[in-house]
Write a protein that binds this ligand. Sequence first.
Ligand code: OGA
Ligand code: MN
Length: 192
Amino acid sequence: MPSPLILALTQAGYAIVPDFLNPTELADLAFESDTLRENGSFHSAGMGLAHQLDRRERQDEIHWLEPNALSVPQAALWARLELLRQEVDASLFLGLWSLEGHYSFYAPGGFYHRHRDSFRNDSARTLSIVIYLNGPWLLEDGGVLRLFPKGEPVDVIPTGGTLVCFLSNELEHEVLPSIRVRKSFAGWFSRR
Ligand code: OGA
Ligand code: MN
């Protein structure tokens, strides 16, 4: 019997896992992200392979994680995501291989227009993962992740600890303007 995550990915094209992070994992990653931002270690995000800046398309700031030099909380996150990779690959045979990822920071007013995560000229990105590093979140705080599966759009509230995953070259999605500071980790498993 496939797990709920596998069923959701195959049937709907996306899966949402509330409380994927436990409170300690969430607090440690959120603290690290806050500290890196305060230290000036974030930069405005770009679009596409050349990472050219396009402030009309997205207004988030990011900090790439260094897979060869993970901090303790990052290594714990990588271990959790490795288990997820094994679970997905055992059923869906996507050939998931390497993981890249960054912290994201949306200042109030920040958004990310509708897009797919795989680049037009490089479709190696296969499974997208977003994990929210906020505290509790209300609909009126804005910043929902809007997914565009077949049928009706689905809005995901970026409550801290929630994980969303979907197939990178299929599912279009957008981040609606956030009223509050909005923090997350975004990662991608690529095929070899
Ligand atoms: C991305 C992205 C969604 C989110 O970084 O590519 O779509 O909810 N993020 O932060
Ligand atoms: Mn995206």
